[in-house]
Design a protein around this ligand. Structure first.
Ligand code: HEM
Length: 327
């Protein structure tokens, strides 16, 4: 989906991230000491209301950080002169739980206004979603600023399609300083959450234009998927991305080894030799997965654009500027 020729320019931008102070743990220790607790409470409350919100919030980190760094650009609503990322190909009708981030932001603005960036809230929330789903806990680096703009085109160009194969994904992730091992570990986020029939009908009925299903799918699993997603059926019906979609565990990798990956981009990690070894390792050894996953999330969170930013008051809109600053 992404014109790969554009990526070097976008990545270069990430590489020259220098202007902002370095990210560090406990960034808000003095300025908003309760920040991390408060965000976790909001995530927890929302999970009690809707368990899937954990997965939806976790996914936001990937979609924010890959597009011009982790800068909260994903959260900006479109304006009359800016098409943001929310309606881009990979995000429209698919990303959800933006309102959970809004709730966390409102809570923090009530306690320490103008201090904690939306970009940082996303990073804390993505971690908390994993912890509260039974996954590992880790210390996140903070101190990001929120972008002043967003680009639907950049999101369209960069974010991978569920049709992508492992070789494409390895090349894409490498451009973000993420290895094949990071790719497999981070895809382990699909241990939680759901996907739509829209994202898999091609592999059920017409993989690579063959008019046939993807041969890598286990036949019994395929029967179930055919029932869930009949040809010409409702594309918005959802299925679990692994057999335990509310628990952050290594079941996802076991499923891949049995031809029970939901997305093509998942199953291809086992079909392809360079990534298969990591699928095997993580299926066999949960701790290796959790360790590699945390490393991957920290690297993903390190992506920065180096562009000027601000601490937004509302994650959906940039702060208004005094007229003289706009001249
Ligand atoms: C490797 C490339 C990846 C591709 C092609 C991909 C694609 C997708 C797709 C197509 C869905 C289902 C969307 C839908 O049907 O509406 C999905 C869901 C999800 N993705 Fe990924 N993804 C990738 C990597 C990641 C990464 C790196 C993370 C997090 C670090 C992540 C986290 C999630 C989560 C948690 C869900 C479930 C969301 C929910 O239930 O609302 N994905 N992904």
């Amino acid at each position: 989906m992404a014109p790969i020729a554009l990526l070097p320019f976008l990545i270069l931008n990430l590489a020259v991230a220098t202007a902002a102070p370095p990210l560090r743990p406990r960034f808000y220790e003095k300025t908003c000491p309760e920040a991390e607790h408060l965000v976790r409470d909001v995530i927890k409350k929302n999970m009690e209301r809707e368990p899937r919100s954990a997965a939806s919030v976790n996914r936001l980190q990937f979609h924010d950080c890959f597009v011009n760094g982790c800068d909260g650009s994903l959260l900006l609503d479109d304006t009359s002169n800016m098409l943001g990322e929310k309606l881009s190909l990979s995000n429209i009708n698919s990303l959800r739980s933006y309102e959970v981030i809004d709730e966390a932001k409102e809570t923090l603005e009530g306690v320490c206004p103008g201090v904690v960036s939306c970009a940082d809230i996303l990073i804390m929330a993505a971690r908390d979603a994993v912890v509260l789903s039974g996954g590992p806990d880790w210390e996140v680096k903070l101190g990001r600023q929120d972008s002043l703009t967003a680009s639907q085109k950049d999101a369209d160009d960069i974010m991978p399609s569920p049709r992508a194969n492992a070789s494409y994904l390895i090349d894409l992730f490498r451009k973000f300083n993420l290895s094949a091992k990071d790719l497999v570990a981070l895809s382990g986020s699909h241990s939680i959450g759901k996907g739509r029939c829209f994202s898999i009908v091609f592999r059920l009925y017409n993989q690579s234009g063959t008019g046939r299903p993807d041969p890598a799918i286990d036949p019994i699993f395929r029967e179930n998927l055919d029932k869930l997603c009949p040809r010409g059926g409702d594309g918005n019906v959802t299925g679990g991305l692994d057999a335990t979609p509310e628990r952050f565990d290594n079941q996802y990798f076991k499923d891949l080894m049995n031809g029970r990956g939901f997305l093509n981009s998942d199953q291809t990690l086992f079909t392809y030799p360079k990534t298969r070894q990591y699928v095997r390792l993580f299926a066999r050894n949960r701790d290796e997965f959790l360790k590699a996953f945390v490393e991957g999330m920290i690297k993903l969170g390190d992506l920065q654009s180096g562009r000027p930013g601000e601490i937004r008051q509302n994650c959906r809109v940039v702060n208004s500027r005094p007229v003289d600053e706009l001249m």
